[in-house]
Design a protein around this ligand. Structure first.
Ligand SMILES: Nc1ncnc2c1ncn2[C@@H]1O[C@H](COP(=O)(O)OP(=O)(O)O)[C@@H](O)[C@H]1O
Ligand SMILES: [Mg+2]
Length: 313
């Protein structure tokens, strides 16, 4: 199963993919935030989008969550073209199927509502529970599934929780809808380093148990390797290298992937950039050599692709 297509040739329409992007671009005036993005998301598997700030990760997430529209390209949902707005029912079913976890766990919770209230609403709205008892049981089950004690947590308000607990509530809320796809946009970057691994492992476990397709967005290639079966390294709006995580991590081919990995002593340990000024200078050099948008893609492994560098200039 080749979850990420060769953008040069194959189409991203394998029957197994729940969402597929084909040659997506997004421009904001002169800023080309995304150029030629193609990948698919498959149930039970995670794809990590990795790259420095400003490379287009959130734009990509917003397009998948239908908070934004591509400038060009095609988006498929269960094989159907959903690039343009569909009928009310289609749109509703898509929005139910695709849930997003945001970077800031506080901003996405309403300070006047209890944790229980945050979870009861989606449970009822989507008809997953009936009656008062059903709702209470549903909330308890959700909280347990994200590692929170229902008795201690359900009646609390967001400000009474730690950042990690809040992010767990956000994950529970997304699960309340019984989605098929989770898009997690840097879900741990605002959390204490000490609790990040717990959240990452929670997401991995949920993906496995619920057979969810997970798009995990991070600037940290070490975390990406920990979570995802496949990695797509993004640079300046393009995917520069993508494929099986093991292959990309152990045999990086694009200079930017090499640069990301060189900042990580051990790719399975959390990434602490030692010398961010030098890192950014290096990245700028790569940006210059990669600037002319290159359409060439080399296949360097069974599921490992790398964009050829454009001519210097
Ligand atoms: N609404 C917008 N209007 C104008 N430019 C935007 C908008 N959203 C994103 N951009 C630009 O698109 C590029 C990619 O941004 P973003 O997707 O947020 O990157 P990342 O999430 O990787 O940090 C950046 O240059 C950013 O300034
Ligand atoms: Mg972002």
């Amino acid at each position: 199963m080749n979850a990420i297509p060769d953008i040069k040739g194959a189409k991203a329409t394998e029957t197994s993919s729940v969402i597929a992007l084909e040659d997506i671009t997004r421009s904001f005036g002169l800023v080309h935030a995304l150029r030629g993005i193609s990948f698919s998301l498959v149930p039970g598997r995670a794809l990590a989008l990795v790259g420095e700030s400003g490379c287009g990760k959130t734009t990509c997430a917003r397009i998948i969550a239908r908070m934004d529209r591509p400038t060009s390209g095609t988006m498929l949902f269960r094989g159907n073209d959903v690039t343009t707005v569909g009928s009310g029912t289609e749109e509703k079913s898509y929005r139910r199927a695709v849930q997003m976890i945001f970077q800031d766990p506080f901003a996405s919770l309403n300070p006047v509502f209890s944790v229980g209230h945050h979870l009861v609403r989606p449970l009822k709205l989507h008809g997953h529970v009936k009656g008062r008892k059903g709702a209470a049981d549903g909330v308890d089950a959700l909280l347990e599934s994200v590692g929170l004690d229902p008795i201690l947590t359900a009646h609390k308000f967001p400000h009474e929780l730690s950042g990690g607990q809040r992010q767990r509530v956000n994950i529970a809320r997304a699960l309340a809808v019984q989605p098929e796809v989770l898009v997690a946009d840097e879900p741990t970057s605002m959390l204490d380093v000490s609790i990040r691994l717990g959240i990452i492992e929670l997401l991995s476990g949920i993906k496995r148990e619920r057979n969810l397709a997970l798009l995990y967005i991070t600037h940290d290639i070490a975390t990406a390797a920990h979570v995802a079966e496949e990695i797509a390294v993004m640079f300046a709006g393009q995917m520069v290298e993508w494929g099986d995580t093991m292959s990309v991590i152990t045999d990086p081919c694009h200079p930017y992937t090499k640069l990301l990995l060189s900042a990580v002593p051990d790719p399975y340990q959390p990434f602490v950039p030692g010398d961010s000024v030098r890192f950014l200078q290096h990245a700028e050099k790569i940006r210059q050599i990669s600037r002319p948008s290159s359409d060439g893609v080399d296949k360097v492994g069974p599921n490992h692709f790398v964009r050829t560098l454009g001519e210097a200039g």
